[in-house]
Design a protein around this ligand. Structure first.
Ligand code: UT7
Length: 337
């Protein structure tokens, strides 16, 4: 029998601390950086974001991921012992070694699972879902936990006003389950792409094996995010439209067949530009960037989780995930709920 994968449950977790635009502006002004609530809202749609308390062990990347995973397992009516595979999408791991997937495995007690991290930056959750789906289709796994979680606040340069306003911390998770390939609810298809020649658009230069963090590089903030915002904006719109179009074409569908569009939450203006080019109504686009900012790999699972829990997404509906991120990485997943 041929297999397909279905998302059975989702979950989210965020740090407690809310940082509003006014507070952020006040905080970074002390370091000589000027911004204001109006500029941030008008240019990005962000009102506030969540920031981890580094002294609180419940707010590490893996702790937030574990909480999101527990919520997803509860919705899926599964236990940690059911999980065959853990795929943890993050570019802000607890530690470089071991993987954050292994930290989560220990916290969750998912003793039967094998666990690995993937780094596709903001596209990480989409890459994780597609990877998990392949293990399910090949018969190697029945139940896969995919987590997208980030603590970007640790990697933001708080003296760079063009980037520090954008990011927040959080975690989302999904439980994927094996179903037959004619199941009404299942992943229909996906499209992934990468373009490594755009690696300079969004980069943390130091801290990997290529460039050690020396005191001098530390003072130059080379261990923090560097970003070409204007260029990313243009590439993001183009790439998101391309990925959405490709995955719809693969299924002989158009946007008229879509019930919900779930784009990566980087900037409301990027989302509106993509919806406009696709000729898709904004009231069918799921958004949480206003409350959480850009949480990278966590944006799609958290916005999806919100819409499932408040009943907007219903069984039988057609949903499209669409992501882009550093790398450049990008990808889309079309599924029927
Ligand atoms: O997952 C990938 C992560 N990255 C992204 O998704 C970034 C995508 N890009 C963006 O979201 C937008 O390009 C930004 C929000 C980063 C910037 O918005 P923009 O509309 O492209 O602004 P801009 O860079 O063209 O800057 C316009 C003006 C400039 O001043 P001048 O040269 O016109 O005098 C900036 O210096 O706004 C100034 N500016 C700010 N002013 C107040 C830039 N950042 C700020 C700020 N507060 N935070």
């Amino acid at each position: 029998m041929a297999f397909a994968a279905k998302i059975l449950g989702t979950g989210s977790a965020f740090p407690q601390r809310r940082l509003t635009n006014d507070e952020l502006a006040h905080q970074i002004a002390a370091g000589g950086v000027e911004t204001n609530d109006r500029w941030i809202r008008e240019r990005t749609g962000i009102r506030e974001r969540r920031i981890t308390d580094t002294g609180n062990s419940a707010e590490t990347n893996s702790s937030l991921g574990t909480q999101a995973a527990r919520n997803a397992l509860a919705m899926a009516k599964k236990s940690a012992a059911d999980i065959d595979q853990i795929i943890y999408a993050t570019c802000t791991p607890d530690t470089i070694i071991p993987s954050t997937a292994c930290w989560l495995q220990q916290k969750l007690g998912a003793d039967r699972a094998w666990a690995m991290d993937i780094n596709a930056a903001c596209s990480g959750f989409v890459y994780g879902v597609v990877t998990g789906e392949q293990f399910i289709k090949s018969g190697h796994a029945r139940t896969v936990l995919v987590v997208g979680a980030e603590v970007l606040s640790q990697f933001v340069n708080w003296t760079d006003r063009t980037s520090c306003i954008l990011f927040g911390d959080g975690a989302g998770a999904a439980v994927l389950e094996r179903v037959s390939d004619d199941s009404p609810g299942r992943i229909l298809s996906s499209h992934l792409l990468s373009n490594g020649s755009l690696n300079g658009l969004f980069l943390i230069p130091a801290g990997g094996s290529k460039l050690e963090v020396t005191p001098e590089r530390f003072h130059q903030n080379l261990h923090k995010i560097q970003m070409n915002g204007r260029e990313i904006f243009k590439v993001a719109v183009r790439t998101l439209v391309e990925c959405a179009t490709r995955v719809l074409e693969q299924n002989q569908m158009t946007v008229a067949d879509l019930d919900w569009f779930v784009p990566h939450q980087a900037n409301i203006r990027i989302i509106e530009a993509v919806a406009d080019r696709l000729n898709y109504p904004m009231d069918r686009v799921l958004v949480n960037v206003d409350r959480f900012g850009n949480t990278s790999a966590a944006t799609i699972p958290t916005v999806l989780d919100g819409a499932l829990r408040d009943g907007r997404i219903e069984p039988g509906q057609t949903v499209l995930f669409d992501a882009f991120g550093a790398g450049l990485t990008a990808g889309s997943v079309l599924l029927r709920w």
